[in-house]
Ligand binder design. Sequence first.
Ligand code: GLY
Length: 356
Amino acid sequence: MLPGTGYTPAMSTPVSRRGFLKAAAVGAAATSCSHVSPKLRPRAPVAISSRNGIHAVEIAVRKMNEGLPPVDAAVIGIEGVENDPNDTSVGYGGLPNEDGVVELDSCTMDGPSGLAGAVASLRNIKNPSQVALKVMRRTDHVLLVGEGALRFARAHGFAEENLLTERARRRWLRWKEGLSDQDDWIDLSENGSHGKEYVDGHVERPTGTIHVGCVNDKGDIGGCTSTSGLAFKIPGRVGDSPLIGCGNYVDNDYGVAGSTGRGEAVILSNGAARIVRYMAEGRSPTDACLDALRDIARMTKVPRLLDAQGRPNFQVNFYAINKAGQLGAAAMRPSQHSRMTENGPEVMDSAALFGG
Ligand code: GLY
């Protein structure tokens, strides 16, 4: 139990999903009636992220230990993933829109000031989270989009570059060629050859993203989310990641929450704000994430989004930390997340609302 909190501590060692769910259920039973006092704080800085953020959380905690505010720590952690050409869901190397152009979304939120900054449909700048941080610190606005966001980034000295890697371009081209047999785009196999680059017959449309939530040892809170959004999206499509209260939300009295996965579902449920509200009511972070997922399942009505059992056929991942430093994560379907606590960096199973 965290000193004076009444909370069962976050899981400290990697466990199987079954073990985690059991432990989460015990923790939930122990905490379901308690309320989070704004005075609580963790013993040491902690951070949580999507699975792809194992290095990001480590960096974020190091930065908080060096005295950086949690929101800055989250952004610096995310920067490495934005720069990584092998992560095709974020920043440089992200999968492009249907025209083959990479468009990035990000938002930051700072608990102590209560301010937020965001950019959406930003082209040619590989670190949208840094631009979002500047919107938060250097304007009276929250969200800049498209050309306006790019001009703002230029004004602040961000370098422009082509973000489309060869790998991402090939996946986009394969998707485009597979769309229809009625147009003039055909893949190599239809012309009787088998190009080595086209090994997979089916091109996925991932909604991968990175979210990092941070709480320092003073109990101050920050969060950041960054993405290239849904692969091959309609140009200008904006997901949950740059929308405050959807892909990222912070209330310095209660906690931080963020999301990855199907952005439309998270927008429609105001996912991150809902989770922070649930934590403010006393739910543990894991329970708050699970209840938000239940809400999404309840609110998903149209058959094209449901499986044969009437459950959402898409993935949503939620991540949360409360003011006391208790971490939690849950997903619609089995998934993992990364975290950094006093136990070091760990990849752990998230609680799952439904089976695989
Ligand atoms: N969650 C990322 C997106 O839907 O754009």
